[in-house]
Design a protein around this ligand. Structure first.
Ligand code: UTP
Length: 299
């Protein structure tokens, strides 16, 4: 039997600077809208979904963004690049505020892109970032999982990571009849909203080990790359990150963080609309009129 690396036996946790954004999926739940537009670029009020998640990463101290793109995803690169034509037009028209707004997210962090030639699974998307991540802990964030929180969800997870010096996965309680849609953990509660994971199952069709579903945020140790190499294709013939985490669990401890905040699955039609209404109601330009409109609906 292998002994697991105990957090206390390790040195100080390394600072997490890099974040991986797998964005090479086909977004089939949102077709036909996602035929030519990446789902990560769908707007939440006035910003593409992925920008909210990159802002969450930057607000949590991340400095380098690594985006895994695929076919038809060039709009993502263009969005975070500098658009000289647009900028000179805004300058000419004296639109300083807009200019500042479009520049801010490009300047806050650095961007690197790598291409997943075929969508072979979330695990595979993470695996191909090995050389860019190299030997350090990193975060994986899914660009369509929007979390509205006072303290950014990634920052909440980093707080736990700094305590346990091990991989940390974000989880949320979901109704029992929805567990088959998620990766689900089995864990031992070790503190408020904190679990030491004992097992994980990807989309359990029966007997889910708990109602704690894995949400699109993961702090991972570089050990995950070895685990991914050892993991065989799973559900849907894809390399599943959950399966690789199960392999990682054989040698390292993994913790779960039940974050505080509202989460929207914006890669799904209903979740996307809920997120737009909720963010719209908080947006200074439109909140009053949107509220009035919603009240006027005879439901
Ligand atoms: P999803 O399970 O949401 O798949 O992937 P999807 O293809 O994007 O969307 P649906 O379910 O068909 O509507 C979770 C995340 O992993 C990325 C996706 O882009 C998404 O952010 N992913 C998935 C990859 O980057 N590569 C893959 O091979 C699979």
């Amino acid at each position: 039997m292998t002994t697991k690396k105990s957090p206390s036996s390790k040195s100080k946790p390394k600072k997490i600077k890099k974040a991986v954004f797998p964005a090479a999926g086909f977004g089939t739940r949102f077709l036909p809208a996602t035929k030519a537009i990446p789902k990560e670029m769908l707007p939440l009020v006035d910003k593409p979904l992925i920008q909210y998640v990159i802002e969450e990463a930057a607000d949590s101290g991340i400095e380098e963004i690594i985006i895994v793109t695929g076919m038809g995803k060039t709009a993502i690169e263009d969005h975070f690049d500098i658009s000289f034509e647009l900028e000179s037009l805004l300058k000419e028209k004296g639109k300083k505020q807009l200019l500042k707004m479009i520049r801010e997210i490009s300047d806050r962090v650095t961007y690197a892109y790598t291409r997943q030639k075929q969508p072979l699974g979330l695990g595979h998307a993470v695996q191909i970032t090995k050389n860019l991540v190299s030997d350090e802990p990193f975060v994986v964030l899914l660009g369509d999982d929007i979390i509205d929180a006072k303290v950014p969800a990634t920052k909440q997870m980093m707080k736990l990571y700094n305590k346990v010096n091990a991989s940390v996965i974000a989880v949320q309680k979901v109704p029992k009849n929805q567990t088959h849609l998620y990766g689900v953990i089995q864990g031992e509660k070790v503190g408020p909203g904190t679990y030491r994971i004992t097992d994980l199952v990807e989309k359990p069709q029966k007997n889910p080990p708990s109602n704690l579903a894995i949400i699109g945020r993961y702090i991972l140790t570089p050990g995950i790359f070895k685990s991914l190499e050892k993991t065989k294709k799973g559900r849907g013939g894809e390399l599943q990150l959950t399966d690789a985490l199960r392999t990682l669990l054989e040698t390292e401890e993994i913790y779960a963080c039940e974050f505080e905040g509202d989460r929207y699955d914006a890669g799904d039609k209903l979740g996307f609309l809920k997120a737009n209404i909720s963010y719209g109601l908080k947006h200074s330009d439109i909140s009053t009129d949107l509220k009035r409109f919603l009240k006027s609906l005879k439901l």
